[in-house]
Design a protein around this ligand. Structure first.
Ligand code: NAD
Length: 301
């Protein structure tokens, strides 16, 4: 079966995703890279192809253009500006919304009928714009959302409790941005409430550290990319493998007509469905606040 993926925007994030793909067993067997910087792209494709002798997967990797999107299963967009130190994700809205219209329209002109997976920030707004410009059904457009924040949360909790992050049932939900939050009332480890492992002070500190993770990394190395590369691979494999995996991707919220993250089932249809999570009053207010932040950003465009 031909499982073609096109990456539009092959900077830190796009290439970390590509490198993570060739490093793992993946359903992807054709990878096409598109970027404005053709010279750098030539070097990237040469370098990636030199991995193939030792890669666990067989993948054809090449430079392409928008006509390659026609028969792609997934188009991943990681094009656009990233945060400078001190900048929020929302500060990128004007720069990145401008380039998205032409990227999405060029993709659709090819006859593309697959799934869009968005990584560019501000994530929930860019995912919404992709839905709007592509006119695809909402389930076929999704963003990485809070999958990265959830990975960061599970890692930090694992450091406190000395249990693998893979066995921690906790999510970050809401905007992939400063209004995101942890619905602790639903968090657990091995069916035991998280309250049996962590104090309230510890939970507050963990949540703050998760929210500040990107800022801390950007202050030290200028950008974040390995973590998001791994999230993109996880989502890609969930789609191509029809896995019905639960991930906190940014998915369409019918009620509010925006994209926002809550746990959702991901398979070869894209987002199969969102999962209803019971929230306490404080958490409901936080989610509503996050939804309003995204709505306001879209309305002010
Ligand atoms: P980068 O500057 O390294 O790469 C961006 C790339 O996009 C460049 O190679 C540039 O040439 C290309 N580009 C720009 N306009 C283009 C266009 N019209 N068509 C094709 N290519 C184009 O930036 P990065 O560090 O890779 O970050 C990319 C985006 O990912 C940023 O918006 C960043 O904030 C976001 N990001 C998201 C997450 C997440 O959790 N979703 C995590 C980290 C970064």
């Amino acid at each position: 079966m031909n499982n073609k993926v096109v990456i539009i925007g092959c900077g830190n994030v796009g290439m970390s995703y590509a490198y993570a793909l060739v490093n793992q067993r993946t359903y992807v067997n054709e990878l096409v890279l598109i970027d404005l910087n053709k010279t750098k792209l030539e070097g990237e494709v040469m370098d990636l192809n030199h991995c193939l002798a030792y890669s666990p997967s067989k993948i054809s990797i090449k430079i392409g253009d928008y006509s390659d999107c026609k028969d792609a299963k997934i188009v991943v967009i990681a094009a656009g500006a990233n945060q400078n130190p001190g900048e929020t994700r929302m500060d990128l809205i004007n720069k990145n919304s401008k380039i998205f219209k032409s990227i999405v329209e060029s993709t659709m002109k090819s006859g593309f009928d697959g799934i869009f997976l968005i990584a560019t920030n501000p994530l929930d707004v860019m995912t919404y714009l992709t839905f709007k410009y592509s006119k695809l059904p909402s389930n076929k457009v999704l963003g990485t959302g809070t999958t990265l924040d959830t990975a960061r949360l599970r890692y930090i909790i694992s450091e406190y409790v000395d249990i693998s992050p893979k066995d921690i049932q906790a999510y970050v939900i809401g905007e992939h941005g400063d209004s995101e939050f942890v619905p602790w009332s639903n968090a657990s480890i091995a069916l035991k409430s998280i309250d049996e492992y962590l104090t309230n002070t510890e939970k507050e500190k963990i949540e703050e550290d998760v929210r500040n993770s990107a800022y801390e990394i950007i202050n030290r190395k200028g950008a974040t990319y390995y973590g998001i590369g791994m999230c993109l691979v996880r989502i890609t494999n969930a789609i191509l493998g029809d896995e019905n995996i639960i991930l906190s991707v940014s998915a369409y919220d019918e009620e509010n007509k925006i994209y926002v993250s809550t746990p959702a089932i991901v398979n070869n249809t894209g987002v199969k469905s969102k999962i209803f999570i019971p929230l306490n009053l404080e958490e409901k207010n936080k989610l509503e606040n996050s939804i309003n932040v995204i709505k306001d950003a879209i309305n002010n465009l």
